[in-house]
Design a protein around this ligand. Structure first.
Ligand SMILES: [Zn+2]
Length: 247
């Protein structure tokens, strides 16, 4: 990435020696990146407590010699999403969101869409009273941005258009639904009622702030959880460890 000041969301920081921090972050322009903040643990002036997980900041980047990691020369806080750290459950959801982002987008990958989705999700998570849909909406949208959108338009085997009638079966290996004529439900091929397929479509189509307000029945919620779990387990190389704190 070029020298300059960029908006960023800090995903993680890690201590490097006595005074430096290794900072992992995501920007709209350059995707996910890592840089070293020299003296960050000592210089409060240049970083004014702006380098911590989940923070939305303006980060100043300077490139040293080729082949070396960029340096963070200063950082200014835009939003710390303070409400987020006031409750254990919210921290768990934020940690899940960060881990999923890191797994889906290796260094250099990612764009404006995932940056905005992260920003909106963390912001909602820091203020909304009702936040239980945030991790699900985030995951469905983040997976789609990462190239894993579930095909719900047609049966992935016989190609018959799904008209919104009858149960659909999710096949992780096909990344889409199949009809009851082509397969049958089992533990790793979870089924969905038409209502659930419709909700999944709305989550894809609606902007984040609208999607997180959707009302899901208990059964639609449970079906959706099974589908996104099967999809994630199949598509991602690493299991998402923080998910267990959400269940
Ligand atoms: Zn079929």
């Amino acid at each position: 990435m070029k020298d300059g000041i960029y908006q960023a969301i800090i995903l993680r920081t890690q201590e490097l020696g006595e005074s430096d921090l290794l900072v992992s972050f995501i920007t709209p322009e350059w995707g996910r990146k890592k840089a070293i903040a020299k003296g960050a643990k000592k210089s409060k002036k240049r970083f004014v407590n702006a380098l911590a997980s989940f923070y939305h900041v303006n980060i100043e980047i300077m490139n040293p010699k080729k082949g070396k990691l960029p340096l963070v020369s200063s950082a200014r806080l835009i939003n710390s999403y303070r409400g987020l750290t006031q409750e254990y459950k919210r921290v768990c959801i934020a940690s899940f969101i960060i881990e999923l982002t890191e797994t889906l987008f290796p260094i250099g990958a990612g764009d404006k869409r995932i940056f905005n989705l992260l920003r909106e999700s963390l912001n909602s998570l820091s203020k909304d009273d009702n936040y239980h849909l945030i991790p699900i909406v985030f995951e469905i949208k983040a997976m789609a941005i990462g190239g894993f959108r579930i095909n719900i338009d047609e049966c992935s085997i016989c190609k018959r258009i799904y008209t919104g009638k009858g149960r659909a079966i999710f096949r992780a290996d096909r990344g889409g639904i199949v009809c009851m004529g082509c397969d049958k439900e089992s533990q790793n091929k979870p089924g969905m009622e038409p209502e659930t397929v419709k909700l999944l479509k709305m989550i894809y189509d609606f902007p984040f702030n609208q999607a997180k307000e959707l009302r899901l029945s208990k059964s639609a919620y449970d079906e959706l959880i099974e589908v996104i779990k099967a999809h994630r387990d199949y598509r991602l190389e690493l299991p998402i460890r923080t998910w267990k704190y959400l269940e």
